[in-house]
Design a protein. Structure first.
Length: 502
């Protein structure tokens, strides 16, 4: 039985079209999904859209459309952005899907039956952008700590989830599961928050009806987070297909931004425990992609659409940039200049140059037919190191380090060519040996870089004369030295990554 790997992105609010911050998150999840497929695992990769709640209602009102029309329109924009970015999700969930309403109701009923939901009157300071209440301590001056807008005083009769009951169980769970939150700085933040004392949370709204109605009291709809988080179990078959659910739950990796860690690593595991289900194995929180030092937002007018970057740089370069340029965890600054610099150094100069050199020399000195690599080549050990280091980094997950290890093989292969100067030598066994090694290094690079750049790597694979695609192969066996058989026609082709002017 192959191992299974279930990875999710957050589901995105349909208030607007996606920007590159959302793309950064989704590309990271996609690369993880692709890496695990490459390991021969059975992968389920889920993304989707979060379509209920006050925030969506207000956004729809402002546009003069119904919430459903706004959701339909923007869900489609997300879908097409993900297509453009070659996102390989296995499912796309919308919280307005009928299957989701059914699963949320089953889930709510399970928590209610467990005695963890109670009716109370509540008055509190609410941020519509977060769809969450804040205490005065958390929001000094009555301002949302994330959106820096005034909070609204709301009073409602609400059902409460008795989160306070789960303090110790959560602490015990994290004690037993050190990998439960990644990276460690976020784990500490989560533990600190739990140790600070957990308040019961309001989980229903009766002032509007854009949501999933509570099964035992249809005057209320579920709070949007109590509706959004269960998307991860709906798509795994919760309440509709027990066998499928047993296969896929718990999720292996919930990939989230740092702003929604509390929802995923405190509320969600407690909700699952209350319903008698297991918490996810790992919540991995990345930082924000900043533009000009700020988070992208409507008010800052600094949205960048993924499509604009794809048009300018190509899909592989955009994906590579997000994965390589931003380390997983801290915030990363995005700039056009930074993107051009990374593109020129990693893609045009390093990888592009290796590919075109190899193809040119094979054409001139080997009659266009790629020779086989040598056993014991100096590049063999480098390739083995790159594979081991990349494997460890993808597992953490640290995509930028995984790609750095992959690029080490590219740099060493270029250095090996420069040291041997096959372009100056007469055709013969010496040139063949060097070129076979370089072709083999490129083949291994195409495998290791394919989660980041699926199309470019498939094109390199094809130009080397190999059949199929790198993402049809299975690691680690496929990356063992000596896989390039030799005797294949190598195609020169035009530059894969033409240099950009700064
Ligand atoms: N709908 C909720 C998530 C529910 S998950 C059950 C939500 N949606 S969101 O559209 O506001 O944000 C979705 C994700 O995008 C979050 O993880 C957030 O961190 C991420 N990003 C939004 N802007 C971002 C950047 N500028 N940079 C990186 N990620 C960013 O929260």
């Amino acid at each position: 039985m192959p191992q299974r790997y279930y990875v999710t992105t957050p589901i995105y609010y349909v208030t607007d079209a996606p920007h590159i911050g959302h793309a950064y998150s989704t590309v990271t999840a996609d690369a993880l999904a692709r890496w695990h497929r490459l390991l021969g695992e059975d992968v389920f990769f889920l993304t989707g859209t979060d379509e209920h709640g006050l925030k969506i209602m207000r956004a729809a009102e402002a546009k003069g459309v119904t919430p459903q029309a706004l959701a339909d329109d923007n869900a489609e924009r997300y879908r097409s952005a993900w297509q453009l970015l070659e996102i390989s999700n296995d499912d796309f969930i919308r919280t307005t899907d009928e299957r989701h309403h059914t699963a949320v109701r089953t889930f709510l009923q399970a928590v209610y039956d467990h005695g963890d939901i109670e009716l109370r009157t509540y008055e509190g300071l609410y941020c519509v952008a977060c769809e969450a209440y804040y205490t005065e301590d958390e929001a000094p001056g009555g301002e949302c700590p994330i959106h820096h807008r005034p909070l609204e005083l709301l009073q409602e009769e609400n059902y409460f989830f008795l989160l306070s009951r789960y303090e110790q169980r959560l602490l015990d769970w994290y004690e037993a599961h050190p990998e439960g939150v990644y990276p460690d700085s976020r784990r500490n933040e989560v533990l600190g928050f739990i140790k600070g004392g957990l308040q019961d949370i309001s989980i229903s709204r009766s002032s509007f009806d854009w949501g999933v109605t509570l099964p035992w009291d249809p005057k209320h709809v579920a709070w949007v987070w109590f509706d959004a988080l269960p998307n991860y179990i709906t798509a795994a078959g919760y309440g509709s297909d027990d066998e499928r659910f047993r296969q896929w739950w718990p999720a292996d990796t919930h990939l989230v931004g740092k702003d929604i860690i509390r929802f995923h690593a405190v509320y969600w595991p407690a909700m699952l425990m209350a319903a008698g289900l297991e918490p996810p194995r790992t919540v991995a929180a990345h930082g924000w992609l900043l533009v000009g030092g700020e988070k992208m937002s409507k008010t800052a007018l600094n949205h960048i659409a993924p499509g604009d970057l794809v048009e300018e740089f190509g899909v592989d370069a955009v994906r590579h940039h997000f994965l390589r340029d931003v380390s997983f965890g801290p915030d990363g600054d995005f700039s056009y200049e930074g993107m051009v610099a990374r593109y020129n150094s990693d893609l045009a100069n390093n990888l592009g140059n290796l590919l075109s050199r190899v193809a040119t020399v094979v054409d001139k000195k080997c009659g266009g037919i790629g020779p086989a690599p040598q056993d014991g080549s100096p590049l063999q050990a480098v390739a083995a190191d790159s594979l081991a280091a990349a494997t460890a980094s993808w597992a953490r997950p640290a995509p930028s380090e995984a790609l750095e290890s992959t690029w080490r093989l590219i740099r060493e292969a270029n250095a090996y060519l420069e040291a041997n100067e096959p372009w100056k030598a007469e055709p013969g066994p010496d040139v063949d040996a060097v070129m076979g090694d370089a072709l083999e290094a490129l083949r291994i690079v195409a495998l290791l870089a394919s989660p980041a750049m699926p199309s470019a790597c498939a094109e390199i694979w094809r130009r080397l004369g190999l059949s199929g695609r790198p993402d049809d192969e299975v690691l680690p066996a496929a990356a063992a030295w000596g896989g390039y058989p030799g005797g294949l026609p190598v195609e020169k082709g035009s530059p894969l990554f033409p240099r950009k002017k700064v």
